[in-house]
Design a protein around this ligand. Structure first.
Ligand code: HEM
Length: 121
């Protein structure tokens, strides 16, 4: 089961790369309007999904202690990132205006979650 847990960590890291990488690519193309690309949207989805899987595996299969306060903060931030990217992407698909602040907020909150994950022990 530890191997499956480590596979989930790999998926969590690839989701992080897609989310922040997708955001940086969106910023470099902001001249055409700042909208989330499909890589960023999927990165945000993958982070929520793999994060929940990691906690479930740690608690149920590995009998490991998780810091519930830290996880709650990460979940709220990740849901905000996912909501912002989904709403901005849906507005862009419908040809509606997207406030650049929505996309920047999603990118900034993703980085906040990296800081929470790495610095809060
Ligand atoms: C934007 C969303 C997220 C980002 C950018 C993110 C980022 C990270 C990073 C960088 C790590 C590695 C930290 C380290 O090893 O020191 C990590 C680990 C972890 N994350 Fe997330 N995370 C996100 C969302 C979530 C969510 C929503 C949950 C749970 C509900 C979660 C649960 C975990 C757990 C349990 C680990 C520990 C993995 C391990 O090293 O054993 N994450 N996350």
């Amino acid at each position: 089961m530890e191997f499956v847990y480590h596979l989930a960590v790999v998926a969590h890291m690839l989701g992080l790369a897609a989310l922040v990488g997708g955001y940086l690519v969106a910023v470099t193309r902001a001249a055409e309007g700042l909208v989330p690309n499909v890589v960023m949207v999927w990165g945000a989805r993958v982070q929520v999904l793999t994060g929940l899987i990691l906690v479930g595996l740690a608690e149920a299969a590995l009998d490991a202690e998780v810091n519930n306060t830290k996880i709650a903060v990460k979940l709220v931030v990740a849901l905000a990132v996912a909501a912002l990217t989904e709403i901005a992407a849906a507005r862009s698909r419908k040809g509606k205006a997207v406030a650049p602040g929505m996309v920047h907020a999603a990118g900034a909150l993703a980085i906040v979650n990296v800081l929470v994950a790495s610095l809060w022990k």
